[in-house]
Design a protein around this ligand. Structure first.
Ligand code: ARG
Length: 459
C-alpha cells in the first residue's frame, strides 16, 4: 500500500518529481529505530489512558517490532511516495495488522513525532561522541605520561619562544577536549526533554499522559509549550556548535601533527596505519588522516551555518524547511564521530622523537626570557632586563653563538649583574622546571595535572 495517509483532501496524484523533491526517506530512514521506539511508547500510553484498548496497543506494538526486524534484516521496502520514515513505518503497520494500525497516529502529528525522533537519536549520538572524546583524551594522557621528560620548543607566531615539556603540549589538547566533553554533557540535558504531545502545533484534544511517555523513553522531563516543541531545533544547533569546536580543536592538533611529521620538524612519526604513500614519489609517507580531519572541519562549520540559516526567521510553528535539518546534522555526527574514532589510536601509536624535539628546543635562543628573569631577580627592572638580553641575543646571532655557551665575561659585557650562577638558569631543564605555578610547564606542575586528570577520570 502506497496511498498517502493524507490523500483524503486531494483529487489529483502528486507530481512524480514533487514526490522526489519533497521526500526525506532517502536520509531520514536513519531514524527508523527511534521512530519505532517512540511509536511503541506512544501506543502504550494511548492504551494506558484508554484512548485505544490494551489489545489494540499489543497488536500495534507487535507489528512495530516486526517492522523493526524487517528494517534491520534489510527486507523492508522504503517508498519515496510515502515521503518519510514516519509514513513508511505507519503504512507498513497497516499493511501488516490492518486498519487498527491506523489508531497509532491518534493524538500525534508527524511534527511532534519527528521532534521526538531527532531528540532520541541525537541523545544516543551525543553519548557516543562523549565516549569517543574520552578515548582521545586517554590517548593524549598516555602520551603525556610516557614522555614525561621530553622537552620541545614552545612557539608563539610559530617562532621558537620558550622550551616546554611535550606532555604539557599534550595536556593542552586534553583540556580543550575536556571542555568539549563538558559542552556535550551540558547540551545533552537540553536534548533530553520529551516533545511528543504537542500534536501538529497546539496540543491534542485527547487525554494523553506526556510524563508517562517521557518515563518510558528515559527523558528527564517534557517540553512546556507545544508551539516551541515542534519548532525548536536549537538543541541540534547547539550540538552543531559544540561539534564545530571539537573539529576546530582537532584541526589545530592535526596541523601540528602534519608539521611535526615533516622532514623539517621531524618531531614525531605517525604509525604507517594512519598514513599513505605517493603514487610517484617513493619516499613519501603522507599524514592523510590528520590532513583529512583538518579538511573535514570545514564541513562541520558549514553544517552549523546551514542549520542556523535554515532556522533563521522561520515563523512558528513547524515549517517544511525544517526537514532540511537532518542532512547537515547527520553529516556533522558522522564527521565528528569518524574524526574522534580515528584520532584515539593515531595519537596512541604516534612515536615521539625526543632527541629531535630537544635539539629544536635548544635553537632559537629559547632561554632568553630566563636570562631576563634572572636579571630581574638581581634587581634590574624588567624592561631594562629585556633590553640587556635583546643585545645579548643580537651578539649571539652575529657571533654564531648560543646563550648557554657564552662565557661569563661575554654575559657581563651586557650586564654586571650577571654572575656565575647564570648557568644554572639557562639550561632547557632549568628553564622548564622554573615554571612551577599551577598550569605551568615545570615537570612537577605537569605531573600534578596528570595526576589530577587521572583522578578525574576515575571519578
Ligand atoms: N519529514 C518531515 C520532517 O522531517 C516530518 C514532519 C512532516 N510534517 C509535515 N507537516 N509535513 O520534517
Amino acid at each position: 500500500m502506497t496511498d498517502k495517509p493524507w490523500a483524503g483532501r486531494f483529487t489529483q496524484p502528486t507530481d512524480k518529481f514533487v514526490e522526489e523533491f519533497t521526500a526525506s526517506i532517502g536520509f531520514d530512514r536513519r531514524l527508523y529505530y527511534y521512530d519505532i521506539q517512540g511509536s511503541i511508547a506512544h501506543a502504550r500510553m494511548l492504551a494506558r489512558q484508554e484512548i485505544i484498548t490494551g489489545q489494540e496497543a499489543d497488536r500495534i506494538v507487535a507489528g512495530l517490532e516486526e517492522i523493526l526486524t524487517e528494517i534491520e534484516e534489510g527486507t523492508f521496502e522504503f517508498s519515496v511516495s510515502l515521503e518519510d520514515i514516519h509514513m513508511n513505518v505507519e503504512a507498513r503497520l497497516m499493511e501488516r495488522i490492518g486498519p487498527v494500525g491506523g489508531k497509532l497516529h491518534t493524538a500525534r502529528s508527524r511534527n511532534d513525532q519527528v521532534a521526538l525522533d531527532i531528540r532520541l537519536y541525537l541523545r544516543d549520538e551525543v553519548k557516543t561522541v562523549l565516549e569517543y572524546l574520552d578515548k582521545v583524551q586517554e590517548a593524549l594522557l598516555a602520551q603525556a605520561e610516557e614522555n614525561l621528560t621530553v622537552i620541545m620548543p614552545g612557539y608563539t607566531h610559530l617562532q621558537t619562544a620558550q622550551p616546554i615539556l611535550f606532555p604539557h603540549h599534550m595536556l593542552a589538547y586534553y583540556e580543550m577536549l575536556r571542555r568539549d566533553a563538558g559542552r556535550m554533557s551540558d547540551l545533552l540535558r537540553r536534548i533530553n526533554i520529551m516533545p511528543l504531545g504537542a500534536g501538529a502545533l497546539a496540543g491534542t484534544t485527547f487525554p494523553i499522559d506526556r510524563e508517562y511517555v517521557a518515563e518510558l523513553l528515559g527523558f528527564e522531563g517534557v517540553t512546556r509549550n507545544s508551539l516551541d516543541s515542534v519548532s525548536d531545533r536549537d538543541f541540534a544547533i547547539e550540538f552543531g556548535a559544540a561539534a564545530a569546536l571539537i573539529m576546530m580543536h582537532l584541526s589545530r592538533l592535526s596541523e601540528e601533527l602534519i608539521l611535526w611529521s615533516s622532514a623539517d620538524f621531524d618531531f614525531i612519526e605517525l604509525s604507517d596505519a594512519f598514513c599513505t604513500g605517493s603514487s610517484i614519489m617513493p619516499q613519501k609517507k603522507n599524514p592523510d588522516v590528520p590532513e583529512l580531519v583538518r579538511g573535514k572541519t570545514g564541513r562541520v562549520y558549514g553544517n552549523l551555518m546551514n542549520l542556523l540559516t535554515l532556522m533563521k526567521s522561520l515563523p512558528l510553528a513547524y515549517n517544511k524547511d525544517m526537514q532540511e535539518d537532518k542532512e547537515p546534522l547527520f553529516d556533522t555526527i558522522d564527521t565528528v564521530k569518524g574524526s574522534l574514532k580515528i584520532y584515539a589510536p593515531m595519537i596512541r601509536e604516534m612515536r615521539v622523537k625526543a632527541q629531535n624535539m630537544r635539539t629544536a628546543a635548544a635553537r632559537g635562543f629559547s632561554t632568553a626570557t630566563d636570562v631576563a628573569d634572572y636579571c630581574v631577580r638581581k634587581g634590574i627592572p624588567f624592561r631594562q632586563a629585556h633590553e640587556i638580553v635583546g643585545k645579548t641575543v643580537r651578539y649571539c646571532i652575529e657571533e654564531g653563538r648560543d646563550i648557554p655557551e657564552l662565557t661569563l665575561e661575554e654575559f657581563r659585557r651586557f650586564s654586571e649583574a650577571i654572575e656565575e650562577d647564570i648557568y644554572d638558569f639557562v639550561t632547557l631543564e632549568a628553564s622548564v622546571n622554573a615554571r612551577r605555578a599551577t598550569g605551568g610547564t615545570a615537570r612537577e606542575a605537569v605531573k600534578r595535572e596528570i595526576a589530577r586528570a587521572r583522578e578525574e577520570r576515575k571519578g
